[in-house]
Design a protein around this ligand. Structure first.
Ligand code: AMP
Length: 505
């Protein structure tokens, strides 16, 4: 079935309920949104002559129009290619070319960034909100195009911390499964419960649009389109029972903000996409109460591999609370998860290996990339590239990505473990631990620290908490850590920086 039916259904049954909003202001009701979507779909088919299955790129900041474009694409039987608005023009050009998109919607001024890199295959570049854009809504509305569950709905280009981005093919089935999983295990929403899209809709937050359309919730965007804690808290005041997805760095900013917040108005704050350090999770719990849920996923199994429930996060009296807070929770019910050795054999609890998963939420492959597909999907099992271990209770703890693992003198050292210890120092704001190639040890541990702590105090802290061989041999103090557009620390860049530093000294 086509995901677009959920919006059509909402438009018929609850035409007056708010569907999109900017801050406190409702922009479109479900009736108005469904009407505009059917007309924009008519323009994509009629005016532009797009055929079922064609790709349409969306390069836009978060906006109420995002839903109009996304749903019109599905309504018309096409596939959406939402791309991160913060990418470089050349990177966007690559995605447009690789996906073979015939039409691209771009919010100003991103069109100017794209134009010089637009591939020949791109027939139209339409600026969101322009006169050309508005004219499209004069087209005759069309019915929803029937689509099969295995048809492509969303080409999800991975954030690409290394190499060229790959397009994970997400089908209607994947997105329907993801929505059910979200509603059952992350955030059991009531009809009309709103969601704030604070993270990019092209990535994490966009995947939460579908379950909220299914449950008739308002999709709210902050007026500035940015992420300012004060503004977020204002939105929270206007929209009781608000949920939000946020990367750990965003949650940290909310926790540290001196601005007032009606924490009770939050229904759920979902964090994921990167590790949240223990101390940060505890502070978030203290500030927002039992409203936090963690998810672990990746573009290839969109936001859905494991989840740590709000009850587990808040259960301070549980004897294994600390371990659980450091874990990514239990597998979602809609898929199987296992940890395997290098030969693909399932490992028992407490043993560390690669995390694999299989189920209806997992992508069928990468777009036009059979090699990458064969490398990551074997017998239906997705090889996540993440390293972790289950405990005896079935909770999965993520270690680090295999390429971030440090092997020093033959011993495995997981950077996250060292980072957790260093972050306990009050003057350490951020830290990232990497391996530096070393003739004697193979690699040595190096900590890049943002903050004013003294190296000898950090060393003492490590000696008090972890094995001697794990402690950093060098501390490098730095203004800021290299991060990608989603706020993930780029260890590859940090290693390159470290190598350059070594070469220069
Ligand atoms: P992306 O496909 O860009 O969303 O990146 C997915 C990767 O982010 C995963 O493979 C993990 O390495 C990491 N990740 C996602 N969720 C979590 C989490 N809850 N804790 C730690 N790392 C995570």
């Amino acid at each position: 079935m086509n995901l677009a039916y959920w919006l059509e259904r909402a438009g018929r049954s609850h035409p007056d309920w708010p569907a999109t909003a900017c801050g406190a202001r409702v922009v479109r009701s479900y009736g108005a949104l469904a009407g505009r979507v059917a007309r924009l779909a008519g323009a994509l088919r009629g005016t532009f002559g797009l055929q079922t299955g064609d790709r349409v790129a969306i390069v836009a900041k978060n906006s109420p129009e995002y839903l109009e474009m996304l749903y019109a694409v599905w309504h018309a039987g096409l596939a959406a290619v939402p791309a991160n608005a913060k990418l470089h023009g050349a990177e966007l050009g690559y995605i447009l070319e690789h996906s073979d998109a015939r039409v691209c919607f771009a919010s100003a001024p991103l069109d100017a960034k794209i134009a010089p890199h637009a591939p020949k295959s791109l027939e139209r570049l339409i600026v969101v909100g322009s006169r050309d854009f508005e004219t499209l809504f004069a087209a005759d509305p069309v019915d929803v195009t029937a689509r099969g569950a295995d048809d492509l709905a969303w080409l999800f280009y991975t954030s690409g911390t290394t190499g060229r981005p790959k397009g994970a093919m997400l089908t209607h089935r994947n997105l329907i499964q993801l929505s059910h999983a979200y509603l059952a295990e992350v955030d059991p929403t009531q009809p009309g419960d709103p969601i704030l899209h604070a993270a990019p809709m092209s990535h994490g937050s966009g995947l939460y649009i579908m379950p909220h359309v299914m449950r008739l919730g308002a999709n709210v965007i902050a007026e500035s389109g940015g992420f300012e804690p004060q503004e977020i808290f204002d939105v929270v005041r206007h929209w009781p029972r608000l949920s939000m997805f946020a990367a750990p760095t965003m949650v940290k900013r909310l926790v540290e903000s001196p601005a007032d917040c009606i924490a009770e108005n939050f229904r759920t704050i979902v964090w994921g996409g990167a590790p949240m350090y223990f101390e940060d999770a505890v502070r978030a719990l203290e500030r927002f109460g039992p409203r936090l849920v963690q998810i672990y996923g990746q573009g290839e199994s969109p936001m859905t591999i494991t989840t740590l429930s709000r009850q587990d996060i808040a259960a301070r009296d549980h004897p294994r609370w600390r371990e659980r807070l450091l874990s990514a929770g239990r597998p979602f019910a809609c898929l199987e998860v296992k940890v395997t050795d290098a030969q693909g054999r399932a490992l028992p609890a407490e043993e560390t290996g690669e995390i694999l998963c299989r189920g209806d939420v997992v992508m069928p492959g990468y777009w036009n990339n059979p090699q990458a597909t064969a490398a990551s999907l074997k017998d239906g099992w997705l090889h996540t590239g993440d390293i972790g271990a289950f405990d005896a209770d079935g909770y999965l703890t993520l270690k680090d990505r295999s390429k971030d693992l440090i092997i020093s003198g033959g011993s495995n050292i997981y950077p996250r473990e060292v980072e957790e210890v260093l972050l306990r120092h009050p003057a350490v704001r951020e830290v990232s631990v990497i391996g530096r190639p070393d003739r004697e040890w193979g690699e040595v541990v190096v900590a890049y620290v943002v903050g004013e702590a003294a190296a000898k105090d950090l060393d003492a802290l490590c000696l008090s908490a972890i094995a001697r061989f794990k402690r950093p041999k060098d501390y490098v103090f730095i203004e800021a850590l290299p991060k990608n557009n989603y706020g993930k620390i780029l260890k590859t860049e940090l290693r390159a920086l470290d190598a350059k530093k070594g070469a220069g000294s």
